[in-house]
Design a protein around this ligand. Structure first.
Ligand SMILES: Nc1ncnc2c1ncn2[C@@H]1O[C@H](COP(=O)(O)OP(=O)(O)OP(=O)(O)O)[C@@H](O)[C@H]1O
Ligand SMILES: [Mg+2]
Length: 264
């Protein structure tokens, strides 16, 4: 049977604890993701969101179960998946331009110098950083660094963009600005995006589906919410939209009634 674009099948992840039983972080995770879908994963701290993302990225391996991308099993990291972390992982000794240039050069060695330059510049423009392309990470703001991270991740043409609380460390205005960037880019580039967030509004605004995780240990997918809102989405107009309100309430109900957690 043909699999979905990205398919997680019976995923379990155990962490060995010396002298004790393994800690079962997540179990029985089954998820089918289509190409071009934007998926959010939301859940309380420690429920295994990063663990799941790390397994999809190939940085860590599940203890049992399978992950398939385009019918091929994921067994390690690869250029078909790019990750954006909460704390921008730019190389501080390279300029904005060179951070992106290095990534593209590595993944697309066949490009001519002109093609390489055009590609790097295209992605710098996409995140409105033309004016900062010769600056070093230490010379730009947190929001700008995160934009470089997104540009770099997308510049290598990944099949899947994985984001682990990409805007978590930013103030709310910068955060809103980056959400807009991401939505606009997605309209053009059409990637599969999986984004971990703690922010209910962010999850609804950005996603086609919101995956809600139960609390650990043995966390799993509790509910999946479909967000039936047209794109492009306007954050101000949405505040009054009954579908937006329904989605928001469903997530709040899940997180704070069904799976409330006191120490979060
Ligand atoms: N290397 C490890 N060894 C042992 N336990 C681990 C390891 N990595 C994660 N865990 C445990 O697995 C659980 C899930 O961790 P994970 O980092 O995936 O949570 P999270 O949902 O991303 O949380 P947060 O929202 O705080 O980032 C936690 O209880 C954590 O303590
Ligand atoms: Mg995490």
């Amino acid at each position: 049977m043909a699999k979905s674009f990205l398919s997680l099948e019976n995923i379990e992840k155990r962490f060995p604890i010396p002298g004790k039983d393994d800690y079962i972080a997540v179990t029985d995770v089954n998820l089918q993701i289509q190409k071009d879908e934007i998926i959010s994963i939301i859940g309380h701290s420690g429920c295994g969101k990063s663990t799941l993302l790390n397994m999809i990225s190939g940085l860590d391996m599940q203890t049992s179960g399978f992950i398939f991308l385009k019918n091929k099993e994921i067994t390690g990291p690869g250029p078909d998946r790019a990750v954006v972390f909460q704390n921008h992982s730019l190389l501080p000794w390279l300029t904005v331009y060179d951070n992106i240039n290095m990534a593209v050069k590595k993944v697309m060695p066949e490009l001519s110098p002109q093609e390489l330059r055009a590609r790097v510049e295209k992605f710098i423009t996409m995140v409105n950083l033309d004016h900062a392309k010769d600056k070093y990470p230490g010379e730009i703001s947190g929001g700008m660094k995160q934009r470089v991270g997104i540009a770099r991740a997308l510049s290598v043409k990944p099949d899947v963009l994985l984001m682990d609380e990409p805007f978590g460390a930013l103030d709310s205005l910068t955060r809103a600005n980056l959400q807009e960037h991401l939505m606009r880019i997605q309209q053009n580039v059409k990637n599969t995006v999986i984004i971990i967030t703690h922010d209910v509004d962010e999850a609804v605004l950005l996603s086609d589906r919101v995956i809600m995780m139960t609390n650990g240990p043995e966390a799993t997918i509790g509910e999946v919410l479909e967000v039936n809102l047209e794109r492009p989405r306007d954050r101000v107009a949405l505040q009054e939209d009954p579908e937006y309100i329904r989605c928001r309430e469903a997530i709040l109900e899940f997180l704070y009634k069904k799976f409330a957690k006191e120490d979060d």
